[in-house]
Write a protein that binds this ligand. Structure first.
Ligand code: SF4
Ligand code: SF4
Length: 398
């Protein structure tokens, strides 16, 4: 397995994600299959295992740690996360952390992240009375966390605020990044932000929650035309690898076959040519089919409400692409970018559209997004409907 330097250690380029483990027909986790996959991963040098408190309704941590228990502790990296703050609930960091160590049967985590920095969780993370970040910094001092970082689906503006406060304590950032969400979910801005602050980047959802490996037959033939002789997986992984500051790619492993294919991809040293990269980006714009905004900002200048119209369009595109079937991500983005939904203040005067060289019907978009905000349930209600649990996912992709 190819490796990459992180501080004074070597990490595998491909990491084992446990967000979507293989399942039995009845929906339970196929534990013998997970064990076989962990063995194969270890044999091939994929020795970074990423789990999370909320994954698989809190079952992932125990199953992954148990599959690893026969290996010397120093032979693998175990990563876990603090489930942050969602809706009305703030979790006690000490209680969660002790529970995680006990469940995993370990004395320390190699990597630990504050889960999903976004509008709401930022308020909790930055509340000094709650002391969440201080608590985990203290655990690092005690050696119970080797490396501390965070993950985020939040906007670049929120992430920047978080870094202004806590950046000096953070050793890595974990974001969703693939060619589909590069522009669509502002991954590009976040990549640039982290790079400018010398923060190493770990990638989650390299296949956009599986969407990029399950393209429609029409889209797949367009992709084949754009980038011949490569599989959709290969294209996505190689595109991500073309970014210098990407250290590691965490892929959620759902089957033995997937693991074998991805290991084979990462064992080989290969890269996309510059013309292939350009074609991937052309394909991404074909795929997204969103409203094309140049982010010139002319529309904002005369808007009596000073709305951040390019951001609203960005969000609108994102939700349209997602078909709203990943409601949690969409809800997080909506609440993150427009807390309290002030979009209903729009006068529908149309001044913005008059200024727009692309003649985008901006008031119509504002109305639709505002409607979504009004009719979105709270996050915890969405999770109850979705999982029968109020545990939100971290590595959700739209
Ligand atoms: S229509 Fe709405 S968004 Fe556009 S300029 Fe008027 S108030 Fe602003
Ligand atoms: S004027 Fe049009 S193209 Fe420019 S930022 Fe506004 S919506 Fe986008």
């Amino acid at each position: 397995m190819r490796t990459v330097k992180f501080e004074n250690i070597s990490l595998p380029r491909l990491a084992f994600g446990s967000r979507r483990l293989p399942l039995n027909e009845d929906g339970t986790i196929n534990v013998p299959m997970v064990e076989a996959m962990v063995d194969y991963a270890m044999e091939k040098g994929v020795n970074y295992f990423n789990t999370g408190y909320t994954f698989h309704r809190k079952k992932s941590e125990k199953i992954i740690a148990s599959a690893l228990s026969k290996y010397p502790r120093e032979s693998y990296f175990l990563a876990d996360s603090y489930p942050g703050y969602y809706g009305k609930e703030i979790r006690e960091p000490e209680q969660i952390f002790e529970e995680q160590l006990e469940k995993c049967g370990v004395k320390y985590f190699d990597f630990y992240r504050l889960q999903n920095v976004y509008g709401r969780s930022f308020e909790a993370y930055s509340d000094l009375k709650l002391g969440i970040v201080d608590y985990f910094v203290e655990q690092r001092k005690k050696g119970r966390i080797k490396h501390l970082g965070f993950s985020t689906h939040g906007s670049p503006a929120i992430v920047e605020k978080f870094l202004d406060k806590f950046g000096s304590e953070m050793e890595f950032a974990q974001i969703e990044m693939n060619y589909a969400c590069w522009a669509l979910r502002q991954a590009e801005k976040k990549y640039e932000l982290f790079t400018s602050r010398n923060l190493p980047i770990f990638i989650m959802e390299p296949m956009h929650g599986g969407k990029l490996s399950h393209l429609s037959p029409e889209d797949e033939s367009v992709l084949k035309f754009c980038v011949p002789d490569r599989t959709p997986q290969e294209i996505s992984f190689r595109w991500i690898e073309s970014f210098k500051n990407v250290k590691m790619i965490i892929s959620s492993m759902s089957s033995f076959n997937q693991l074998q294919q991805e290991v084979a991809l990462f064992e080989k040293k290969d890269r996309l040519s510059s013309s292939e990269i350009k074609n991937v980006e052309k394909f991404a714009s074909h795929l997204i089919k969103g409203i094309s905004c140049d982010e010139c900002g002319f529309c904002i200048e005369n808007c009596p409400c000073s709305f951040d119209i390019p951001s609203i369009i960005d969000l609108y595109n994102d939700i349209k692409f997602s078909s709203l079937n990943k409601a949690v991500s969409a809800a997080i983005m909506l609440h993150d970018r427009f807390p309290g939904n002030n979009l209903h203040r729009c006068f529908h005067c149309g001044v913005c559209s008059l200024m727009c060289s692309r003649k985008i019907d901006i008031p119509k978009i504002i109305k639709e997004v505002s409607h979504m905000l009004e009719h979105y349930p709270e996050l915890e209600d969405i999770m109850k409907l979705r999982n029968g649990s109020n545990e939100p996912d971290e590595d959700v992709a739209v």
